[in-house]
Design a binder for this molecule. Structure first.
Ligand SMILES: Cc1ncc(COP(=O)(O)O)c(C=O)c1O
Length: 366
């Protein structure tokens, strides 16, 4: 029978729409938003100035290939700009990759607590998201490989992962890649790469440089503080860049985003300050929250995953309500199969201290 109104393609209505972190606390004068992994340092003042300078040109279309941005990224990382593609946030690129490489009935593997955009973009293309088990809240090569079938077309890993903060050492990423069939596309989402200080970590550049079936996505939303502008980039083999260029919006990145993005990338002192701030306060938060008798998963990114007990009155849900009533906004993780945990972004010194004090009170430690 013909439907009486337009129907979305199969898969679309199976999507659980993305749940963003809270940004308001009704009735509270001062809000500390630690729910979206934004930088407490804000964007580089040079990026803000570059953004303002574009105001006189708002009537002009952007340069469609984001050439100046790609060249700046190329200079900063020693990469060929022809193998870079920019997007309206890395979300845009993840979507485009799924659209280009997944069809009805295909499978894409992600991990159980992996970034929730992966199942969303997979279902949106009529394909099936397949979740691999994790070990200690960390993506596991063998668990992913176990799920590879003749229908597998893509594997998504966030490295480090949001919301767990854990990462796969580069040797493991290389092993995963080595064992995957050559026609399977490995997507390494390195949204938090700039924060990682580990000797055994690599964002994926080397793998992309030397293989035909790996891409790496990056973002300006995190350490560069440009989340509002929506700017991300992907480094990939030429044939994948050529495919994505065919389907992306012709002006998918705005001129204010490019102007601010170039200035942010070139202000290495500001980025270094953000990295140093994170290093200090990530360690502090991990230790101080740990002292309260709640477990913190060790993180390589700019946030921590905090696990609460099952005890009535002390659950993650209770903690979320208590903290919100004081204007401290953390990220609830029911949509990530982590109902007993909250994710907290490393904030300003003031926000971090206030949050830990409130958590201590909540746990009855002060
Ligand atoms: C792992 C991961 N990938 C991608 C993104 C999307 O970032 P963007 O703002 O570039 O779309 C996020 C944002 O939270 C993220 O955590």
């Amino acid at each position: 029978m013909t439907a009486q109104r337009p129907q979305p393609r199969p898969g679309v209505l199976d999507i659980e729409a993305y749940v963003p972190g809270k940004s308001t606390a009704p009735g509270v004068a001062k809000v500390y938003k630690l729910s979206a992994n934004e930088t407490p340092l804000g964007a580089s003042p040079k990026a803000v100035e570059a953004y303002r300078n574009v105001a006189a040109h708002l009537h002009d279309y952007p340069e469609g290939s984001s050439r100046a941005m790609r060249e700046a990224i190329g200079r900063a990382y020693g990469l060929d700009p022809a193998r870079i593609i920019c997007g309206a946030g890395s979300d845009d690129l993840l979507n485009l990759l799924a659209r280009a490489y997944l069809a009805d009935g295909d499978e894409a593997i992600y991990t159980k607590h992996g970034f929730s955009v992966y199942p969303i973009v997979t279902l949106g293309c009529g394909a099936k998201p397949v979740a691999a088990a994790e070990k200690n809240f960390t993506a596991d090569t063998d668990e992913i490989l176990k799920l590879v079938t003749p229908k597998t077309r893509m594997v998504f890993i966030a490295n480090p992962n949001n919301p767990t903060g854990t990462y796969m050492p580069f040797d493991e990423v290389k092993r995963l890649h080595r064992e995957l069939p050559k026609h399977v596309l490995l997507v390494i989402d390195a949204a938090y790469a700039e924060y990682v200080r580990r000797n055994d970590y690599e964002s994926g550049i080397e793998l992309v440089a030397t293989n035909e079936n790996v891409v790496m996505t990056r973002t300006f939303s995190k350490i560069y503080g440009l989340a509002a502008l929506r700017l991300g980039w992907m480094y990939g083999p030429e044939h994948i860049v050529a495919a994505i260029n065919r389907i992306r919006g012709p002006f998918n990145v705005t001129s204010p985003a490019v102007a601010a993005g170039i200035a942010a990338l070139e202000d290495t002192a500001h980025t270094e300050k953000a990295r140093a701030h994170n290093e200090t306060w990530l360690a502090w938060l991990t230790e101080e929250v740990g002292k309260l008798g709640i477990t913190v998963t060790p993180s390589a990114a700019n946030f921590v995953l905090i696990h609460f007990p099952d005890t009535p009155g002390k659950t993650a849900k209770d903690a979320d309500a208590f903290l919100t009533s004081r204007g401290i906004l953390l990220r609830a993780l029911g949509s990530y199969h982590l109902p007993n945990a909250l994710r907290m972004t490393v904030g300003s010194e003031e926000a971090n201290r206030i949050a830990v004090k409130a958590l201590a009170e909540f746990m009855g430690k002060k």
